[in-house]
Ligand binder design. Sequence first.
Ligand code: UD1
Ligand code: CA
Length: 453
Amino acid sequence: MNIDVVILAAGQGTRMRSDLPKVMHQLAGKSLIQHVLDTANQLESSHIHLVVGHGAEQVKQSVDSRVNCVIQSEQLGTGHAVQQTLPYLRQDSIVLILYGDVPLIHISTLNKMLSLVNEQQIGLLTVELDAPSGYGRIIRSGEGLVSAIVEQKDAKDEQLAIKEINTGILAVKSSHLRQWLPGLSNNNAQGEYYLTDVIALAAQNNIKIETVQPGQEQEVQGVNSRVQLAELERWYQQRQAVVLMEQGASLLDPGRFDLRGELEVGQDVVIDVNVIIEGKVKLGDNVRIGANTIIINSVIGNNVDIQANSILDQTEVSDGCSIGPFARLRPGTKLAEKAKVGNFVETKKTHIGRGSKVNHLSYIGDSEIGEAVNIGAGTITCNYDGVNKFKTVIEDGAFIGSNTSLVAPVRIGTKATVGAGSTITREVASNELGIARGKQRNIPDWKRPEKKK
Ligand code: UD1
Ligand code: CA
């Protein structure tokens, strides 16, 4: 069955008080509209039509080019919005109406609704709310059949008492929309063409309206303000946290954990508070992550200890490594097994070999470090001359004394030693000691200057 998904996203979102179109605001690191698109893309043989208006260009540029963006230049109502897509809807398809600002609708709920649609039936997603104010109310006849939707502003007092509300999400044959949409009127309290009026038209034509309820209320929660966005974000994060805990990760406080992307976890992973995971991240078994750590698009092996306040971005960390606290591993960092990168160490485009250590206060960039190398505190690879970047190679078993500057391109051979405080500008060959620092001179009976009277 062909499905034409119509996503409404032309509204301004005044209450966000933002220059950014509402549907471009992010939830869990992804725009609201992208959440909806990702869900819609899970439906087979679907075409996606996105109705845009306010901030149309910006929204259009942010979405996949396969999405058919349809401009609604004046926002004359939800019925008018859907009407703009009529020329693009396939004959005989089922049209699924979604909202760009309702990001967490679940595929299972949509499938349930879609399965009810045919020439004689419409699927409508409704929910019962204790506080239904603001929403369209579902009107049912004596036999309990849905006969209409009445908007809050058009409702009579007894209708306002109804708790079953219209979520806005519905599925209907395209042939029915072609029949009914052109006949909508805007003779109502808001002077808008209401999509919801098709429900009464359907009932009058003896088409049955089958209602479905979402698995969870948050699935149909719209975002109209930053407060609502924050509430939905927390709910979503809490739900992701539960899934991770079920997969074998301990979150020391699930309320202080943020996953903005996809995280795969092994068993007995322990994540301390305020950890942020972005993009695609994989953690092996027995990984411990200290507080306030950020990990972006990285793969971490088994038995790795990442201590507090570290940042890892596009890195590969092998089994048994130890990182941080306060380490910054930038893109292209690869640590072989049991490597150690300690506090206030920054690395970039660097491979650190098995069992090698960079324990304190160093910058290691564009470097190839062999196995069992020890890099002393305060070592800097001078990889940049202001124009070009150069490589530093440090071979197996080398020992770099503290406070060394390695002016790249430069090579330190196997088991070579560099004396502390050296500025190394040329190769130190295997087993050699390289030392390049001012010679110490001691002056006896040195008198310190005295303060003038
Ligand atoms: C709509 C429903 C209401 C339902 C509520 C659920 C109608 C008439 N009413 O009301 O029954 O309870 O949603 O949240 O449909 N939009 C356009 N173009 C327009 C108008 C709206 O694209 O011309 C988009 C908006 O960007 C928004 C969505 O449609 O994403 C809903 O519009 P909104 O004005 O918020 O509808 P409600 O009054 O909330
Ligand atoms: Ca709304």
